[in-house]
Design a protein. Structure first.
Lengths: 291, 267, 200
């Protein structure tokens, strides 16, 4: 991960602020920074989204490709996550430096999506045990300013919302040989139901309290944090402790509670933004990368 | 997944016959279980490792068997990152290729890497890393047979191995797993059938330092409500407290075998 | 100083009901304090020592030698692996008089070889690969380097060196050693070994 080095005095300053529910940038412990989300930013993808959260900048692109379903799940398509930590985000990521963090994030995403309800994988099946859609979710880290997990999960949800998979039909002739036909109409496509796609909320323990959406400086004061993945209905689809420290059992319960509350609020505002952007359609002014 | 090049394998593609098994008939109504399965632990059994431990849970009809070893502190190979002031803990978690039900599993899968990292992050709070500046401590865990809750046993085994190696620690880490059945009942220390059942509500593995009452690791997937998750965390903690005396006893026995009573101390 | 009690019944480690409160005893090696109590951090035998008038020190004993790591200020015995014009690379074999199970690498920089006239020091006139050197740890080093050692004291420097004929040489001055067989002289930064280190 990208680090900043802090002196003891700076750490004490941040910890005292958190204790008083007033953080460096004026937020309270449960406030997020301003999140900017834009979908459909890369034209050659099935769906894409870009998320800016403070100085964290994430680009998510989804490509839908056809493949064969997994042997043990013949009725389902699958989703593959890749996280690329480019050297733009932090010089440490150069070469293979970002690989470790990238796999860690990708594995966490798998864990949080590994349940029945997050995504309806059956909708991605074209014909049983033969053809299905494989969604390659590629996450690109453009800039690293703390709270990667939350920003990435928001980006993934927005990109999945934006994803349009073309309709295909399987044609079978008399001899039983099958042919795949792709629809010509670019508007003839399936959309994914993202209602239950979870967002990850990272709760970082600073002193005796926990904060959401920690900045890099705050992350440097954190010994342990809890990742909680929450759906819009308030279901928890995963949890993971990260960091070198340990947590009090009582604080875990508090963190779960906060995570659920904050997570639901994030989902509500995210959905609102996505719907609004969708309704604008073609008139939407694209902000792009220089915005 | 990279193939194993050192060995001539059979056909390029093979399948596990279990794929073609009939779907399991609905099981007898599940009972919520709040007791961990019986556990057998032994420390200090490998002669070449500085510390080692073996844990078997379940018993009867085959249980989960986990072997762990520890070495160090030795000179650190890599000196990057903020690990200069304390030791670096390097953890490796692996399944034997034949350990699990179903198809044989390859080496170095994403899950193994994820769990290795989780193992490291769960043990780091317990080890007094600041006592070993610039050094490196290795722990490896091999699952010989996985009949459920392998990662929980791995946590306990790894911390026993570290303690057996004489590494200073704040406390022994005890791992405990829990799975939620389709009916929503909570099963402590699930077997592999409970874990692998489709539509199981989710799995949780918790690592606890019982003497300090600190949770040092938490890993969970599936779908949970806030209440059921809190309940699950509580149950797991209780399970850890139950297993703690067993691990301690095992450690005391190993220590007695390994070191002799100090001779009257420096007079 | 005397051992008050020890024995197998006290060998319990990580006692759930901690060892004692910090008011009764102060924490020695193998223990740590938390919330006003002393806990064990090793599995071993409990030793309680009390000096007259002082709080008894409670510690947990185990064969600790193997745990030892070079620390700043420690006198170490090392073997020279390679030299170049700027530094000598060594392998640390002993800390004080305890052998290490795993050796550590260290560096003696040119300016740390002797205390005076540092600018005139030449590494190859001070050490040769294979020499056994007494040195002191000055720093644990930073990201790039390993342990930094110094021999800038009279008592530190080469203690055992072999001549080109392969015979252990005899020191003849603080900067020279002689081969007893060929009588050829070689330059070394010779240590004046203190008598207490000479016991075998």
């Amino acid at each position: 991960m990208a680090w900043v080095r802090l002196s003891e005095a700076e750490k004490v300053y941040i910890a005292h602020g958190v204790q008083e529910d007033l953080r460096q940038d004026g937020r309270s412990c449960e406030d997020y920074r301003c999140i900017e989300v834009e979908t459909d930013v890369v034209s050659n993808t099935s769906g894409s989204a870009r998320v800016k959260l403070g100085h964290t900048d994430i680009l998510v692109g989804i490509k839908a490709e056809m493949g064969t379903p997994k042997l043990e799940r013949p009725h389902e398509g699958c989703v593959e996550f890749f996280v690329d930590c480019s050297a733009n985000a932090a010089p440490e990521f150069e070469g293979r430096g970002g690989e470790e963090l990238g796999t860690e994030i990708a594995n966490t995403l798998y864990r949080m999506f590994n349940n029945e309800s997050s995504l309806d994988l059956k909708a991605l099946c074209i014909s049983q045990a033969e053809h299905c859609w494989i969604l390659y979710v590629d996450v690109l880290l453009l800039e690293c300013g703390g709270n990667l997990f939350d920003a990435i999960s928001i980006g993934v949800k927005a990109a999945l919302f934006n994803t349009r998979i073309p309709k295909v039909r399987i044609l079978e002739d008399e001899e039983g040989s099958k042919e795949i036909e792709l629809s010509d109409d670019p508007y003839d496509c399936i959309r994914l139901n993202v209602e239950n796609v979870p967002c990850i909320i990272t709760l970082s323990k600073i002193g005796h309290r926990h904060v959401v959406d920690a900045t890099l400086q705050e992350e440097a004061c954190t010994l342990a944090s809890l990742l909680v993945s929450v759906t819009s209905k308030g279901l928890l689809t995963g949890m993971k402790k990260v960091g070198k420290g340990s947590l009090d059992p009582e604080s875990i319960f508090e963190m779960i509670e906060t995570g659920k509350r904050v997570g639901k609020a994030v989902h509500v505002s995210l959905q609102e933004i996505l719907n609004k952007e969708e309704s604008l359609g073609k008139q939407r002014q694209k902000v792009g990368f220089l915005g | 997944m990279p193939g194993d090049s050192r060995r001539i394998r059979g056909p390029e593609e093979s399948r596990c016959p279990l794929l073609y098994a009939l779907p399991e008939s609905p099981q007898a109504p599940e009972q919520a279980r709040t007791e961990p399965r019986p556990l057998y632990a032994r420390a200090g059994l490998l002669s070449q490792a500085k510390g080692s431990a073996y844990i078997e849970t379940g018993g009867g009809g085959g249980g989960t068997k986990v072997l762990s070893g520890a070495s160090g502190p030795r000179e650190a190979e890599r000196r990057d990152g903020p690990g200069l002031r304390g030791a670096r803990l390097v953890c490796e978690f692996r399944w034997a290729p034949f350990a699990r039900l179903g198809p044989r599993c390859g080496v170095g899968t994403a899950l193994e890497r994820e769990l290795s990292l989780a193992l490291q992050e769960s043990l780091e709070p317990a080890v007094r890393l600041e006592r070993y500046p610039r050094a490196q401590i290795h722990v490896w865990v091999l699952v010989l047979e996985d009949r459920g809750s392998a990662f929980a046993s791995a946590l306990s085994a790894a911390s026993l191995a570290l303690a057996d190696a004489g590494i200073e620690m704040y406390d022994v880490v005890v791992g405990c797993a829990l799975s939620r059945g389709p009916g929503g009942c909570l099963l402590l220390d699930p077997s592999d059938r409970d874990e692998g059942r489709p539509k199981s509500g989710g799995c949780l593995t918790l690592a606890l330092m019982p003497a300090l009452n600190q949770v040092c690791g938490l890993l969970c997937n599936g779908e949970w409500t806030e209440e059921s998750l809190s309940q699950a965390v509580r149950l797991c903690m209780e399970g850890c407290h139950r297993l703690y005396p067993v691990l301690q006893q095992c450690l005391v026995r190993a220590t007695k075998r390994k070191i002799s009573v100090p001779q009257s101390g420096p007079a | 100083m005397k051992v008050l009690k020890w024995g197998s019944e006290h060998s319990i480690w990580f006692k759930r009901e901690r060892l004692c409160s910090t008011e009764e005893c102060s924490a020695g090696s193998g223990t740590y304090c938390k919330h006003g109590y002393v806990f064990a951090s090793l599995s071993g035998y409990l030793v309680r020592k009390s000096e007259n008038g002082m709080l008894p020190v409670i510690s947990v004993v185990r064969e600790t030698e193997s745990q030892l790591l070079p620390d700043v200020g420690a006198v170490v015995t090392c073997k020279v692996c390679s030299i170049n014009s700027r530094f000598a690379k060594v392998q640390i074999l002993y800390i004080g008089s305890t052998p290490l199970k795993n050796t550590f690498r260290g560096t003696i920089r040119k300016e740390d070889i002797r205390a005076t006239e540092k600018d005139k020091v030449e590494v190859y006139k001070s050490f040769r690969p294979g020499d056994i050197v007494l040195a002191k740890v000055v720093s644990l080093g930073d990201v790039q380097s390993n342990y930094l050692l110094t021999t800038a004291e009279n008592e530190l420097g080469v203690v055992v060196a072999h001549s080109e004929a392969g015979v252990p040489m005899v020191p003849i001055s603080w900067c020279e050693m002689q081969c007893p067989q060929t009588h050829s002289k070689e330059f070394r930064k010779v240590a004046r070994v203190q008598p207490e280190f000479l016991q075998t």
